[in-house]
Ligand binder design. Sequence first.
Ligand code: XIL
Length: 327
Amino acid sequence: RRALGAAAVTAVVALAAATFLPTGQAGAAGPSLRSLAEAKGIYFGTAITQSDLNNSSLTAVAGSQFGMLTPGNEMKWDTTEPSRGSFNFTPADRIVSFAQDHAMKLRGHTLVWHNQLPSWVSSLPTTQVKAAMENHITTEVSHYKGKLYAWDVVNELFNEDGSYRSDAFFNAMGSGYVADALRTARAADPDAKLYLNDYNIEGQNAKSDAMYNLVKSLKAQGVPLDGVGFQAHFILGQVPSSFKANLQRFTALGVNVAITELDDRVQLPATGAALAQQASDYTAVINTCLAVPGCAGITQWGVGDADSWIPGTFPGYGAATMYDANY
Ligand code: XIL
């Protein structure tokens, strides 16, 4: 139990509270996050990268506590199609095998994104981007056909003010690239749930309004879309108060919602008071998903603080996950 951070204990308690488990028994030796989540009709997932597979402490927690797995980097374009028409699925296949060995489901992440995009795509003449995008989607989705629960088809499509990000895809095709990507993915794997995924859309704001309006219009046009992913890269104490109402307005459009990349970054060194606040942030997020019918589940971005992307991307911050460096 000491190996679990305050946030992890609270996550177990939040999930257990409404079931059968006396809260005093929650902890490492008790039921897993995975089984508690599944008993409530949601999943609890994590993300791992290829190098994480060599860390036996990490894989022991990943394989026992989580029921859903997202490859942290290995399904991104720079890995899967580093040069035009030349595909490499070996790193992602290793993570898929790990998930299958542990009876975990998988979220595919991600097909169309401005980041981790090889420069050959952004250097293409605009007249060739559509064919390249469709070929990328068709090839990758077909490779994993029948193996994935869901795909993040388009990732991070909006700017903070709600305008479209002017990446290679928008510049070549306008906003219609989103519908085209979704239709192409559906044709390649009719059973995978198709998501749009973004950050800073957890509360009601200009960016989530843009996502809302897009989802509404895609649904009205009959474009295949099953869900919206809320990355949920939170800062300590800043889970938006409109989170629940915001998720509800999306599910009212007839799509699922999912928390896809949860973490809650803390200024280092993390004090006891900060970790207590973090525990209540995690509790709020989990209770929000549990309170919204149509919230499919929650994925934490990384297994533990030692493998989280936060310290590398936000210098001075860390301790962002439920598990400390000792898992
Ligand atoms: C991050 C990975 O965790 C890092 O290892 C990588 O260096 C950069 O990307 N939003 C996303 C994720 O959709 O794919 C990002 O993952 C984190 C932000």
